[in-house]
Design a protein. Structure first.
Length: 107
């Protein structure tokens, strides 16, 4: 199951050093809603290897401001407490997201 990131928990999870994948989304965004099942499936597939989840930009705002999220869906990847260069913007296929998570784990 995809994790729900909030401003209250996200910094602690990133700081843990674990691989973290955050999907920035909103309920009014059609492509974001379409990505929901893909993110859920990848979260289940990589459970125990990475923390994968969603950050609702309408309910939370600090993280999206910090990383200057200008369009959604945007997916950011973190490892060892730092943002990596891996970044996806717009709708993605399940295969693309899987490959990027594998790339993150290999870092």
């Amino acid at each position: 199951m995809a994790f729900t990131f909030t401003d209250a928990n996200v910094n602690e999870i990133i700081a843990s050093g674990k691989p973290v994948v955050i999907d920035f989304w909103a309920t009014w965004c059609g492509p974001c809603v379409a990505m929901g099942p893909v993110v859920e499936k990848i979260a289940e597939e990589f459970e125990g290897q990475a923390v994968i989840g969603k950050y609702n930009i309408d309910e939370e705002g600090e993280l999206s401001s910090k990383y200057r999220i200008m369009s959604i869906p945007t997916i950011l990847f973190f490892k060892n407490g730092e943002k990596t260069a891996i970044r996806l913007v717009g709708s993605q296929t399940e295969q693309t997201l899987r490959e990027k998570v594998q790339e993150l784990l290999a870092l």
